[in-house]
Design a protein around this ligand. Sequence first.
Ligand code: GDP
Length: 512
Amino acid sequence: PHHANPAAAADVDELLGGLLAPGMDRRSCRSRHELFRYFKHFPYAPSPYLLSKLRAYESLHRRCAPGTPLYADAISRLRSGRSTAAGGSEESCRYIVWLPFDGLGNRMLSMASGFLYALLTGRVFLVAVPPDSAGLFCEPFPNTTWLLPVEDFPVANLFGLGPRPDHSLARLLAKNKISVAGDGDLPTASNATAMAVPAYVYLSLGWQKADLRPFFCGENQRALAKVSWLLLYSDLYFAPSLYKIAGIHGELRRMFPEREATAHLLLRYLLHPGNAVWGLVTRYYGAYLAPANRRVGVQIRMSAAGDDHVPADDKYNQILACSRQERILPETAAVDEATPSAVTAAGDPTTTNGGGNTTAILVASLFAEYYERLRSRYYEHATTANCGGGGAWVGVFQPTHEEVQDTGKLEHNRKALAEIYLLSFSDELVTSGLSTFGYVSAGLAGVRPTILLTAFGHKVPEPPCWRAVSMEPCNLTPPPPDVKCRAKVVDEEDLARHLKVCEDWTKGVKLY
Ligand code: GDP
């Protein structure tokens, strides 16, 4: 097989230091066993405690997955509106079902967050995959499935419930349809029946904030623990806010002694592109990126709303100013001339490859504009001694420019996912502020990206960008403070040390 990254291959095994379980079929998911050859960075190994949690989770998932008697039992309870197992002490399974919401980056982050919540609370994580995402990701757990059989699921219209349906947590609380236990008031056989436990609860944890406030309150967590089915509708990376919940905080700290590795390890564990996407990724990488010895990913995103648009000249200058500030892209000479050092280094001008100094710049964007400008820049000008050295050959590549976001189409999503992975093989990354697409690439890459700041109010930002304090995604909409919540936030000092305002969004928080 092709060793895209021989240095990494030598000291990192294909199972990423035990993060991935052995024994899965290679042919049905090639990326799972090949990704390690392409990633450039392996900054964090998983903790032994995380590994033990994952192995225990995998066996729980096998016992409870669709197709098992325990699953059939849980479905029949949901269908009849009962909350507790018929047999009393028999084992029963509890689930969290992920629902799609928003673009691909948003979805990948809410998947990682939902899976983390499942790990922390002993639930089984299932995904309701719409046709626009069929086969996008591989099965992550050995010898079982994470796909919810959507057709047979008792809750109707699963993909069209929106942020505030009747069974949402906030509504149930308002109508006293879910009981909140007091401190230490754990459910017992005698009081469980007296407590209102709905058959399922819908959790709307997206930017609309419908259930964000009550969800992150400790006493509501105790109430939710008794509910067999949770439906998760979110477009956020909400893992940072889980650190605030008593009872969860300690577990998280043991699982991720290095907080910065939270999304990085979760994404690498859970998400592997299916074979169709992996074909796009490997063909592109092999043809355009593999020959270079340094790869830089540049992700340019402008909001669909258009409130951050500036003239293309200004945006391009922002990218160049950022690159200069952080010394990322090779600089070019003002005058056009030949690139002498490269030719003399190898002796033969027809076979030289820039004296072994080649940079591939991968541009990901819905538009071709910035790719074309960058490509012309390195065609028309020689590189100078900065950033990668004089005489560097620079190639600029962009796999697609789709022009519009088209999340409802499978072909479109495949290409978007391929680009997220191609970006994640970079040595360095320039990403766009507020973009979950960029957050996911950086998290997967294990790279602290340089984040281009958003042109709020159409003003070119100054400084043009910041180097991120961590590779963690920003939690763009953290829960608003809940004055009614009696449970205290745990260890505020510790939290303050590891939770920071995001570089690109002052209302967001991120782990570092
Ligand atoms: P965000 O909106 O930047 O937070 O990222 P999302 O991934 O959630 O939503 C943006 C969607 O627009 C992506 O999922 C793609 O469908 C599309 N898109 C945005 N930027 C790109 C890009 O660089 N390449 C491709 N192929 N699609 C993109």
